[in-house]
Design a protein around this ligand. Structure first.
Ligand code: AMP
Length: 282
């Protein structure tokens, strides 16, 4: 497996691929890879001749310096894991300078309001950082298809908006959330959880499932209140937000209407580690 460290090397290699009419699938990640990432890589392998996986902890999307500092960085293990998935996978693992040159700063993006909901409210500047890195990576890798997880559902919608607003010729593909046996959504941040916290964190998904059941008969407001009560009773987990939002525009709703589809979103802390999850409600 080849690992590229500079955008110039990636660009020259990509040129040779284009001359051979090879299709490129792209999976952008921040590393500390797990089965969730691999499910995206496998989808990309099915649809494309070759797959690029980028591994880059993007500083401009972190609003919390301690979270950035503590984010797990495990490049060697990541490459070993990718080797188990197959051939025709190429890694791009740049350093901060290769991406940002002298100025480590996000550009400003408008995503027609998607950026003001949920994660956008609680992580200042996060989606400017995401837009900056993803747009740059798309320009370097020039993929035919790019794969993003529904684990970060709002991010997936924002990337689709980015691509359409900037006329970037890439097809954005969403992938289902990959979960641990307990139901906990896989995340690189799970590596930092103690055994007890990891076990307790399954509560997030269990609560989402029960909320879905309640959504059949109760209003969005009532379901949200019920979720808040459950978290208040939990000794280790602290709820940051629960929202029920329209799946198409992420506008949060109080009252549901028959012809729309909705999702429920949770962000919660345990041992100072922030976990997010979401599921479709109907
Ligand atoms: P990250 O490395 O956390 O930035 O994630 C890289 C990509 O993998 C993003 O598109 C995530 O949504 C996706 N991803 C992360 N965890 C999961 C998961 N448990 N299931 C599916 N996709 C995931």
């Amino acid at each position: 497996m080849t690992t590229f460290y500079t955008q110039n090397d990636v660009k020259s290699f990509v040129q040779t691929l284009k001359l051979k009419n090879k299709t490129i699938g792209f999976v952008p990640t921040m590393g500390a890879l797990h089965e969730g990432h691999l499910s995206l890589v496998k989808n990309a392998m099915t649809d494309n001749d070759i797959v690029f996986v980028s591994i880059f902890v993007n500083p401009t999307q972190f609003d919390n310096s301690s979270d950035l500092e503590k984010y797990p960085r495990t490049l060697d293990a990541d490459v070993d894991l990718l080797k188990t998935v197959g051939e025709n996978i190429y890694v791009y693992a740049p350093n901060v300078q290769d991406i940002y040159k002298k100025e480590v700063k996000a550009e400003n993006f408008s995503y027609d309001g998607l950026e003001f909901e949920m994660e956008g409210k609680f992580r200042t500047g996060h989606f400017d950082g995401v837009g900056t890195i993803v747009k740059r990576l798309f320009e370097i890798v020039t993929p035919n298809n790019a794969y993003f997880g529904e684990k970060d559902f709002q991010q997936l919608m924002i990337i689709k908006k980015l691509v359409s607003k900037y006329h970037i010729p890439v097809n954005v593909v969403g992938s289902e959330i990959y979960r641990e046996a307990s139901g906990l959504a896989m995340s690189s941040r799970n590596q930092r959880l103690s055994d007890e916290a990891r076990k307790e964190s399954a509560f997030i998904y269990q609560t989402l499932l029960k909320a879905k059941e309640k959504f059949g008969t109760k209003s969005a407001t009532k379901v949200k209140e019920w979720v808040q009560e459950q978290f208040e009773k939990h000794p280790l987990l602290t709820l940051e937000y629960v929202e029920i939002a329209n799946s198409k525009n992420l506008k949060t709703v109080k009252r549901k209407s028959k012809n729309e589809t909705y999702r429920i979103f949770i962000a919660a802390f345990i041992e100072n580690i922030r976990l997010i999850d979401n599921i479709a409600l109907n």
